[in-house]
Design a protein around this ligand. Structure first.
Ligand code: FEO
Length: 405
């Protein structure tokens, strides 16, 4: 691969040596229609250091990019910020090719790498705040435990204001542009928000704590280099501020209506609820589970104040598409939501109760008993749906007040 793939210079001493996965469409349940990147970074110092690696099938691409700058055997240190295999998958082959003096990971990272690759003590554990000298520059390790794995850590090159942040501040976006300032801001907002919603939303309290702990250090950071997507260099506060906002999980007047339908009756009910929401001043977004990916539904939930869920009853239970969405969203532990349920049924009609119970299990503040109707809703049933929408909108109004939305 030598000569095929080239490194991209980021700073005087940092090079991007990662890989672009243009064709990835699914990442453990998360739809990635724009592909992704696996970013790895080479730090040229007295002790040449590689920060993270790439998913195993892209090893040759990474090695080729490294070889465009230095001989891989010149790598003295490797840092594994995160042991999930999209970043550690090439580590065993890299160790074989480069034979580094040391490989560093957090204590939990050492355990995870041993469990994945049976590294048998060849990885050295570093502590939160520990520093390692590369000769002419220094690295500081910052534990970010459970963000989003137990092993996760950041590596800070404080002298140069460069933060290697592994998954944090990243996004699944394959692009020929390596820098965020060369990409459309609405695209960045969407993909970074989708990444936060699907990976970090359940950990929002930890995100808040970490941002508090790093407040001083982040003020001096000029560049954030995540393991996925573009590099933040011109205004790192743009993405840090969004993380602070998303971690707050403040409700808005947006009401997400997620439902599925058999003979369009539950769809009619959803539309009547949406009309009531609009009449009451809320902002509904309707998503049919069979037509939307669960990870896009989770993304819409990131700034919602209400989650309203609907399903017909089939074989005494909810539709399978709704079961998928409800299971996924429950795992993301959304906060500060109100919600209710609705649906059409033929004879037994368990779905609304089951959805209501699921909302309660998610700690959603359930409003009323929802609305159910037999077979096809008539004017009376649709009026009840519209009233439910108005009622939810009024509750959102009380919760959000005049706060800007
Ligand atoms: Fe990009 Fe948690 O791996």
């Amino acid at each position: 691969m030598k000569g095929t793939f080239q490194a991209v210079q980021i700073t005087d001493r940092v090079y991007w040596v990662g890989a672009i996965d243009w064709n990835l469409r699914e990442f453990h349940g998360y739809a990635t229609p724009r592909g992704t990147t696996y970013n790895a970074f080479l730090v040229l110092a007295d002790k040449v250091t590689l920060i993270d690696t790439v998913k195993a099938p892209f090893f040759d691409e990474m090695l080729g990019r490294i070889a465009s700058v230095i001989a891989p055997s010149d790598i003295a240190y490797v840092v594994s910020n995160h042991s999930e295999m999209d970043h550690s998958g090439s580590l065993p082959r890299l160790i074989e090719a480069a034979n580094p003096e040391d490989v560093f990971a957090s204590a939990q990272g050492v355990k995870a790498l041993e469990a994945h690759f049976h590294t048998d003590g060849s990885v050295r554990a570093v502590k939160d705040g520990e520093r390692v000298s590369l000769g002419d520059v220094e690295l500081t390790f910052i534990e970010t435990r459970m963000l989003h794995w137990p092993d996760s850590m950041f590596t800070l090159m404080a002298d140069e204001g460069v933060l290697f942040s592994q998954d944090a501040f990243g996004m699944h976006l394959a692009s020929s542009e390596l820098f965020a300032d060369r990409l459309d801001q609405s695209l960045l907002e969407f993909e970074a928000g989708k990444y936060y919603a699907n990976i970090l939303m359940p950990l929002s309290n930890l995100v808040k704590k970490l941002l508090g702990k790093l407040a001083g250090a982040l003020g001096d950071v000029k560049m954030i280099l995540p393991d996925h997507g573009p590099i933040w260099r011109e205004d790192v506060s743009w993405i840090v501020d969004r993380y602070a906002k998303w971690a707050e999980r403040k409700p808005t007047k947006k009401a997400l209506v997620v439902y599925d339908t058999m003979w369009e009756s539950t769809d009619m009910m959803a539309r009547a609820i949406a009309d009531g929401l609009m009449a009451g001043g809320a902002k509904p977004t309707l998503m049919r589970a069979a037509r939307a990916h669960r990870s896009d539904i989770a993304t819409e939930l990131l700034d919602a104040g209400a989650l309203i869920v609907g399903s017909p009853t089939v074989n005494n239970t909810i539709f399978p598409g709704m079961a998928d969405v409800m299971t996924y969203v429950k795992g993301l532990r959304p906060q500060n939501l109100i919600g209710t349920a609705f649906g059409s049924y033929g004879w037994s009609g368990e779905a609304v109760r089951q959805l209501t119970d699921m909302l309660a299990e998610m700690k959603v503040d359930v409003v009323g008993d929802g609305v159910k109707c037999q077979y096809v809703p008539d004017g009376h049933a649709l009026a009840a749906c519209r009233s439910l929408g108005i009622h939810i909108a009024e509750r959102l109004d009380t919760i959000c007040g005049n706060r800007p939305q």
